[in-house]
Design a protein around this ligand. Sequence first.
Ligand code: NAP
Length: 363
Amino acid sequence: MGSTTSPSAKIILVSGINGYIASHIGLILLQKGYTVRGTSRSGSAHAHLVSGAFKSHADSYQHAIVPDITTPGAFDDAVKGVHGVIHTASPVDFNLTSVDAFIGPAVDGTLSVLNSAKAHAGPQLQSVVVTSSVAAVVDKWRLPSDHAYSEVDWNTSGEAVARETFTGPVAYGASKAAAERALWEWVTTHKPSFSVSAVNPGVVTGPPVSFPATPEKLNETLAPIWRIYSGDKTLPPPIGGASYIDVRDVAVMHIWCIEHPEQANGQRYIMTNGKAPPQAAADLLREKFPDRDIIEGTPGQGYRKDDYWFVEGEPSLVANKAYKALGVNRFIRYDKSILDTVEAFESRWPEYAENMKKTQRVD
Ligand code: NAP
């Protein structure tokens, strides 16, 4: 599987390139000298990226429109000649209203890209990496409330729970588990010549490189940070168990899997760095921006303020395997991730957040 071809001669396909995580992956690949071929459902993503995040690398960027990732053969053209595939496209919209609206594109999109890769990419293809989630790992309904999760664990209950009583986040988790199970079953059946791996991030934060038109259109994990920063009077609910990870570390892990096919083959990697619910962002932002009116909630509740590590007696999901693979002890801390995020918001949308406290006039 190894190869000495230089990055500049290699094409990496990234599905859902306009997404929060994928645009980071794309930008790092371009900076490393790869040619990136991104896919999106609409054509507008191409212009948005080459005039924005990928502007300095437009010559190394190719774009393919894949209107429906669930169609068999949807990626047949897009995979031709690629050396690596990073499949990130999957529904991440908690406003979807049925379990199948999540599971359909998650599972069929994964199978579609795998089948296209096997049949049409060519013998130079070395690695396929799929963005899964800790939601495919954590099963709070079945496992003890202080379970120490690792890559051997699976969310096997979420789909039944979501079909019984629908909520977007539970259906989302079920879709990630179903898609990753489909991935490994496909590998067992098809025994591909290329390496296959999964990356399982917790709740991702960190500065975006590609911005939507307005903050209200931020993705599901940055939108709560914007709402807190801009003075929303309601604290957003935690997403899942609130394990956190910075988007820059998530991007690096995907690329590590692409570049280490022998080590990454057949592996899944939890990507977390501790626990930080929205209360942690509210506490941090109130402290750093005392002039802003930022929700108080219940300060300090539900997390460890000193180190944002997992709380004793609660579930933990330590990324030991990913730390080891990348040769680090820890990833980017939550406070840095959040402060870098709001700095990016402020530079993109200066003064859009209007929650400055009124100064008291003293005569
Ligand atoms: P995002 O910015 O909302 O990106 C989602 C991407 O998926 C977009 O590129 C979107 O494509 C594509 N997509 C959504 N529904 C689709 C459908 N029905 N058919 C085809 N493409 C579809 O979210 P993100 O946070 O970067 O998520 C990217 C991946 O990371 C997902 O697989 C997600 O499950 C996974 N993940 C995210 C987190 C997190 O905390 N953010 C944590 C763990 C795992 P268009 O541009 O065409 O709309």
